[in-house]
Write a protein that binds this ligand. Structure first.
Ligand code: X90
Length: 279
């Protein structure tokens, strides 16, 4: 597959802004408050957004890219690969599917493969890295579609949240679930379920308890030392401590730590940690 014919488009929940030489674009989600909109693209000052939103108590909502937002990023390419945040919590995947239908009907010789991550953040990042690898390895379109669907099933997401306020306010979790993280010092540890929604696996207190629980959770779910990506919202120290814990058990780890972008920061909230792993 010639790089001139290909494009990868991911929504901004992947926290990825560019992919080296790979033709790539971001379809941004948005945070909308009474005072204005924050578009989650490369121009967003994430730190400023978090500070702004912390200051006022207005209800903030989010919105996903529209069909047109996806479509205009396809760029007349013959082969387009879209990676979306979970269809279990957002309309982004549906919008991408509508864009696919429109594009393929209008141009019968072009193809769009939509990958529903059933997850977000670091698991989307892993899927994007795998796509890049498959494209650069010269695989054909059909085999990339099959292999990436397979790969999605072999990746997972485990997360720790100190507050579920924004998830609850936007109807993404039940009030019952949200309560746990509202109790002082108590943290919510969860995974992306098979349906791409939040599933609670444990409660934790303190950093050691939290990190051991996350490690235990990903092990139970098949982690054996494969690739791992750690996104955090203002908690680089906990992310690094998790990396050190992993290094006591596994050798030659492929691990990366990075600050979450807008959408994931908004929902993961201060202190939140998202761990994407291969199982
Ligand atoms: O369409 C929209 O407005 C976006 C809605 C997104 C809602 C959820 C985002 C979650 C971000 C929080 C912890 C990870 C949960 C993952 C479960 C699949 C990060």
């Amino acid at each position: 597959m010639n790089l001139k014919e290909v494009k990868i488009v991911a929504d901004s929940a992947a926290d990825v802004l560019s992919m080296g030489d790979m033709p790539f674009a971001v379809a941004p989600l948005k945070m909308i408050s009474k005072v204005g909109e924050y578009v989650d693209d490369c121009n967003l000052d994430v730190e400023k957004m978090i500070d702004d939103l912390d200051k006022n108590d207005d209800k903030v909502t989010t919105s996903c890219p529209s069909e047109y937002d996806w479509l205009e990023r396809f760029d007349d390419k013959k082969y387009v690969f879209c990676v979306t945040i979970t269809s279990g919590l957002s309309g982004s995947c549906n919008a991408a599917l509508l864009a696919k239908k429109e594009y393929e009907e209008k141009y019968p010789d072009r193809k769009v493969c939509v990958v529903d991550s059933l997850s977000t953040g670091p698991e989307m990042k892993l899927i994007l890295e795998k796509l890049q690898e498959l494209i650069l390895a010269g695989e054909d379109y059909q085999s990339i579609c099959e292999k990436i669907a397979e790969y999605q099933k072999r990746t997972g997401l485990c997360f720790m949240l100190q507050s579920l306020k924004n998830l609850k306010n936007n109807g993404r979790v039940s009030g019952f679930m949200a309560k746990i993280a509202g109790i002082l010092g108590l943290r919510f540890i969860g995974v992306a379920s098979a349906q791409g929604t939040l599933e609670q696996v444990a409660k934790s207190r303190g950093d050691n308890g939290t990190l051991n629980k996350i490690l235990e959770t990903i092990k139970v779910r098949g982690y054996k030392g494969g690739k791992i990506r750690i996104g955090h919202c203002r908690n680089v120290s906990l992310a690094q401590a998790f990396k050190r814990l992993l290094e006591t058990e596994y050798q030659n780890l492929d691990v990366e730590i990075y600050p979450l972008r807008g959408l994931c920061s908004f929902y993961a909230e201060n202190g939140g940690l998202l761990v994407g792993y291969e199982s």
